[in-house]
Design a protein around this ligand. Structure first.
Ligand SMILES: Nc1ncnc2c1ncn2[C@@H]1O[C@H](COP(=O)(O)OP(=O)(O)O)[C@@H](O)[C@H]1O
Ligand SMILES: [Mg+2]
Length: 255
């Protein structure tokens, strides 16, 4: 068994005096889909951002393919020690945000090509061929030369997914990828995410969509006030939740 793509142990994260993550363990084995659920403010986005080192954390271990993140300093003064390692990890854990975060001054194709060109310094012709193939894969090949503002939300999110894939990451991290979308546009993004799961991509998906979590995830983690309150296979978590908090959460989100 190879090491999980991402593995986190006993992670603690505070913003000033506010402790947001209070000792969280999380692992995304290769080819698995992990769904992260929980109320607003429970720390889901923060956990995802700690995974790819967009946020510092004060305590606990983060491993990428078995390789431990090296730190200097301690507690509030703890930071990653090795810049090259941070870039390697971050580029291998591509993130897709709720609000798409496309660069508005670049065409869709330029958005997809930008990081492989500037961060990975790959040859332009190779990157462009891959970018166009990925835009076709997510169903928006004809939008390559459009500005993001000309696209629907669902198309923008699919462009953002193509952009993440163009980095050829080891895992994809989705932060509520469908929350900003109308139901019909939501489905076109769900279809793309489902296809990625079926390809065996490693993914962590923060979602409010319990149906999506139940359908796609191998493992579901319920975060409550910065702690894992319950986790397990979707059939167990959604079918026979043990925790009263999870039961309350599920009945509140049932639509
Ligand atoms: N940059 C920040 N500075 C201060 N507090 C933050 C910051 N980001 C998040 N928080 C706080 O951390 C808690 C968890 O937030 P978040 O991880 O965004 O939760 P979720 O994604 O589950 O809704 C919330 O109380 C939020 O207000
Ligand atoms: Mg969030």
């Amino acid at each position: 068994m190879s090491a999980p793509v991402i593995e986190i142990r006993d992670l603690h994260k505070s913003f000033g005096a506010l402790e947001v993550l209070k000792g969280v363990d999380l692992a995304a084995p290769r080819g698995h889909v992990v769904a992260l659920i929980g109320s607003s403010g429970s720390g889901k986005s923060t956990l995802l951002r700690c995974c790819n080192l967009l946020e510092d954390s004060q305590q606990g271990e983060i491993r990428f393919e078995g390789e431990a993140v090296r730190w200097r300093g301690e507690g509030a003064g703890r930071h990653p020690a090795d810049r090259a390692q941070v870039i390697r990890i971050r580029t291998n854990l591509a993130m897709v945000f709720q609000s798409f975060n496309l660069w508005s001054h670049m065409s869709v194709l330029q958005n997809v090509m930008e990081a492989p060109l500037t961060v990975l310094r790959q040859p332009r012709a190779e990157v462009e061929a891959r970018a166009r193939a990925l835009l076709a894969k997510v169903g928006i090949a004809e939008k390559a030369d459009a500005w993001p503002a000309m696209l629907s939300g669902g198309q923008q999110q699919r462009a953002a997914i193509a952009r993440a894939l163009c980095m050829e990451p080891k895992a994809l991290l989705f932060d509520e990828p469908t929350s900003a979308l109308d139901p019909e546009l939501e489905q076109e993004v769900v279809r793309v995410i489902r296809a990625l799961a079926e390809e065996g991509r490693t993914m962590i998906i923060v979602t409010h969509d319990m149906k999506l979590a139940a359908d796609l995830a191998d493992h579901v983690v319920f975060l409550h006030q910065g702690r894992i309150e319950e986790e397990g296979p979707p059939a167990t978590l959604f079918g026979s939740p043990r925790s009263e908090r999870l039961r309350q959460f599920l009945s509140a989100t049932a639509g």
